[in-house]
Design a protein around this ligand. Structure first.
Ligand code: GLN
Length: 522
């Protein structure tokens, strides 16, 4: 049976529970343990796919095609694990399951109640099978939230069911700093821990977010009020990069505290992977400027995974990648004067589309490294059809009904396995030999994640290829173009998928690595 770590938060939201939880996982992994991560969100939406990116940042997509919030991305990147739809569970989904079971008669006429029916359902998701030593479960929201109460009740029961020694409760709080008096205040932390205790949960370890390290007196005071040893009061220091958090925790012996709790042998971890990132952040390196031509820049975290992937490939290429945000609705050629590479990311709707097409044109005509992601591949194909093949009317049927439909909904392909009308999740792609794509991936069969409705229309394959744009990746049934490239160009490649969802800071993603390498050369 795996051991479980539950991560809750108090005082305020956005303290970085996801990063803290992922960091605990990193410490365990560095000592050779395997780790799985799971997130429970008490809100009532059935899944995050339909939630506004204005509130939640990018929609992250798992291999199995589940649309989740971006915390799942932290887990996959930090821990190198592959998560699925059972690892992102909302309150809405729990109630949906319970009420559907009630309608089916599964409860055989008994009175359906929060305890045990809802709590049992939550516990079922907690124990959903994994082959790992540890499962880290983050409980979204803040202690005291009404919709979170039933989740706290469930994890309390769970600890009782499986034995208190098999479960650790980690709680993240805030110690605000009062400028005037120069004091770090511990009261909110005390209140938060008490709030948790009202639900029958005694925190085993505290992560106190603070602008500076807590003194030993402050730790002792918090420990005394909160019923735990001072050494289990850990400072979660503000840092300029999230990848430094595992090092901050390691320096405070967080693994030893977990080892003591779970009865594991003491061990020093190999943190060299994380140190490599830290060294990169501190190193004096050349700067490589990537122009990202998008339209969601005013939404915080809308391009989270993309920014991460560019950062990761900077590590691989020994450069600092600087992202130049270029607004697709106002873009002009001057915007590209100082960029080393042009990237057009995914997007929906016609707003800014002509600017993105112009960006692809500029990159192609001026031999500037180009990488297109999803919509960024579609605009590259439209541009090529218009300006090289000479069909001015080329477009996507997403934007124009009376056009040469070089991008279209491919109704003859099998879409039964797609969620809603979007093609979601991992799909295989066959790579053509002798192409840049093959050089990049070093293999002929790859799998990448999708989130789109439209496809490059296979009918135009011959005319595109005759004119110099090669379809270098295609679905195994030969119907859906997955990658295009222009071999006469220095570096011009695009994919119908989102490679950024599979990038991590330890290796980077091959496509991003190659793109940044080409930009570096420039
Ligand atoms: N809007 C395009 C489509 O639906 C591209 C989507 C995307 O870039 N993720 O196909």
């Amino acid at each position: 049976m795996p051991k479980y770590i539950f991560v809750t938060g108090g005082v305020v939201s956005s303290l970085g529970k996801g990063v803290s939880a992922a960091s605990l996982g990193a410490l365990l992994q560095s000592r050779g343990y395997s780790v799985h991560a799971r997130k429970f969100d008490p809100y009532l939406n059935i899944d995050p796919g339909t939630m506004s990116p204005l509130q939640h940042g990018e929609v992250y997509v798992t291999n199995d095609g589940f649309e989740t919030d971006l915390d799942l991305g932290y887990y996959e990147r930090f821990l190198g694990v592959k998560l699925s739809r059972n690892d992102s569970v909302s309150g809405g989904r729990i109630y949906w399951d319970v009420l559907n079971a009630e309608r089916r008669g599964d409860y055989l006429g008994s009175t359906v109640q929060m305890i045990p029916h809802v709590t049992n359902k939550i516990k079922e998701y907690i124990v959903s099978p994994t082959n790992t030593d540890f499962v880290i479960c983050e409980i979204g929201g803040t202690v005291g939230d009404i919709e979170g109460k039933i989740f706290l009740e469930s994890i309390r029961q769970f600890a009782n069911d499986v034995g208190r020694k098999n479960v650790m409760f980690a709680h993240l709080t805030l110690a605000p700093y009062l400028e005037q008096s120069g004091e770090l205040k511990t009261k909110p932390t005390q209140m938060s821990v008490r709030r948790l205790l009202e639900n029958g949960i005694q925190a085993d370890i505290l992560f106190v977010r603070s602008p500076r390290m807590l003194t030993s007196d402050e730790c002792a005071k918090i420990g005394m009020f909160c019923n735990l040893p001072a050494k289990n009061v850990i400072t979660s220091m503000d840092v300029d990069n999230i990848y430094k958090i595992p090092l901050v925790y390691d320096a405070q012996h967080v693994f030893d505290i977990m080892a003591e709790h779970f009865g594991l042998p003491n061990a020093t971890g190999d943190m060299s992977k994380i140190h490599k990132i830290e060294n990169h952040l501190n190193a004096d390196l050349p700067i490589c400027t990537i122009g990202v031509v998008g339209k969601y820049f005013d939404i915080a975290d809308a391009y989270k995974s993309l920014n991460e992937a560019l950062f990761h490939s900077g590590i691989q290429n020994n450069v600092h990648v600087k992202i130049k945000k270029i607004n697709a609705e106002t873009v002009s050629d001057e915007d590209f004067a100082d960029v080393d590479g042009i990237l057009v990311p995914g997007g929906f709707g016609h707003r800014g589309i002509e600017g993105k097409i112009a960006a692809a044109r500029y990159a192609r005509e001026n031999n500037i490294p180009y990488m297109g992601i999803c919509l960024g591949m579609q605009v590259a194909v439209i541009e090529f059809m218009r300006d090289v093949v000479g069909d001015e009317n080329a477009n996507s049927t997403e934007f124009s009904k009376n056009c040469t439909p070089v991008i279209d909904i491919m109704s003859d392909c099998d879409r039964e396995d797609m969620g809603g009308t979007l093609r979601l999740g991992a799909y295989p792609c066959d790579i053509k030999t002798g192409t840049l794509a093959e050089q990049i991936y070093g293999m002929q069969h790859i799998s990448e994640r999708h989130r789109h409705r439209y496809e490059v229309n296979i009918k135009y394959k011959d005319i595109l290829e005759k004119n110099g744009m090669i379809i270098s990746g295609i679905s195994p049934d030969g119907k859906l173009p997955e990658m295009v490239e222009v071999p006469s160009h220095k570096f011009f490649i695009a994919g119908q998928f989102h490679p950024e969802f599979q990038s991590n800071p330890f290796n980077g993603h091959p496509m991003f690595n190659a793109f940044v390498a080409a930009a570096k050369k420039k």
